[in-house]
Ligand binder design. Structure first.
Ligand code: PLP
Ligand code: COI
Length: 362
């Protein structure tokens, strides 16, 4: 089976002009507009990965009976490329995304992609479309690697025999239109995101498809995001729809442990590593919604923040459930949240030393 691939390069003859690009970059939103190229690599049972290429960004033509449309055998990743203050372009911990991609692949009975092919594919796309990496402070190029089952047929007795891995890229401002303003969260006690033995730890599209109904409910309740709770008691905090959670008790940080039902976030892992350097004690454990509420009422729980590639570090200002509602701290952005955000963003954009070797030069 292949472990090294070389990419054929087909440049886009209809790439957008500098003026068109600048217009997009002036206000990129999140995941709205895509760059001029994309990556595709095919996999066939018995042959492995083949036909690696960079090609013009374009729609796909797929048979309506293609497996991914019916059984959602699909997975994805998300990471960003940053233009640093010295002008170099970097991505953040791409090998960690490659490893998580393969953990998701194993769960979804899909083929693993060699880590160096994953990282090389991102580097090639970012190098080719480097003019799309924003120069505006706080903006970045969001990279979306994904894999779909491409076998045609409706049988479910075995996984697909063919797959396509792809990468697309999109200039990104902040994920929440409100910027660093604290978000309000909705406790989902009606729906469950993931149960033990399921796919909660995998970054597969189905987890997100099943979450939209609760997200819609959150918005109807005047909230920005859903907090997912455990499947049995709907009491123990797991994560949010697209980010992990941290609870700040003075100088102690607590984040829900990786039980298999939540996504092992790379931002989460980075914050756990950074905590000590910032004079904080970090631990992974359990926290219930009652403890969350009581901690806020006694003042022991001083801040709560969400973290993820798209969300970076975002304060949680208020919590709402079907039978309760409370404010976290003074409802604003606390000092620990602010410090962690500054440290992380500083490393990503090159303003702080990268002592962990997380930054990958493209
Ligand atoms: N949890 C979920 C469900 C997510 O979709 C994400 C985003 O990728 C995260 C957590 C945070 O993960 P990361 O920090 O790797 O972006
Ligand atoms: C990310 O942060 O990369 C995510 O995947 C969050 C969301 C856009 C799904």
């Amino acid at each position: 089976m292949t472990t090294h691939l070389s990419f054929d390069v087909h440049l886009n003859e209809r790439a957008r002009s500098a003026a068109e690009r600048e217009q997009v970059l002036a206000s990129p939103g999140f995941g709205q507009t895509f760059t001029d190229h994309m990556i595709a690599v095919d996999w066939t049972e018995g042959r492995g990965w083949h036909d690696a290429r960079l090609e013009p960004y374009a729609p796909l033509v797929l048979d309506p009976a293609t497996a991914v449309f019916h059984y959602a055998q699909e997975l994805f990743e998300g990471l960003k490329a940053y233009r640093q203050t010295n002008g170099s372009i970097v991505s953040f911990r791409p090998h960690a995304n490659a490893a998580r991609f393969n953990q998701s692949a194993a769960r979804m009975a899909m083929p693993e992609l060699p880590e160096d092919v994953f990282v090389e594919s991102l580097d090639l796309l970012v190098r080719t479309d480097r003019d799309w990496v924003p120069t505006t402070e706080g903006h970045s190029l969001y990279l979306r690697p994904f894999m779909i089952a491409t076998q045609v047929g409706l049988g479910v007795n075995h996984p697909s025999g063919t797959y396509r891995y792809m990468v697309i890229a999109s200039p990104a401002a902040s994920y929440f239109t409100s910027g660093l303003k604290p978000v309000t969260v909705w406790l989902s006690t009606e729906y469950t995101r993931a149960a033990p033995g399921g796919t909660g730890f995998a970054k597969c599209g189905g987890n997100y498809a099943a979450a939209f109904v609760a997200q819609r409910q959150a918005v109807e309740q005047g909230c920005d995001q859903v907090v997912w709770l455990d499947a049995f008691e709907h009491r123990w905090v797991e994560e949010m729809g697209g980010m992990n959670l941290f609870f700040v008790f003075g100088d102690r940080l607590l984040t829900p442990a990786l039980t298999g039902t939540l996504l092992p976030g790379i931002t989460r892992d980075s914050i756990l590593s950074l905590a000590e350097e910032l004079g904080l004690r970090a631990e992974e454990g359990k926290i219930s919604i009652e403890e969350w509420q009581a901690g806020c009422e006694t003042g022991e729980l001083t801040e709560v923040f969400a973290c993820g590639t798209a969300a970076v570090v975002t304060p949680v200002g208020a919590v709402k459930g079907s039978d309760r509602e409370w404010v976290v701290g003074d409802g604003g952005t606390g000092p620990v949240t602010r410090r962690i955000r500054e440290e992380l963003v500083g490393i990503q954009y090159g303003a702080r030393p990268d002592t962990h070797n997380w930054v990958h030069k493209v």
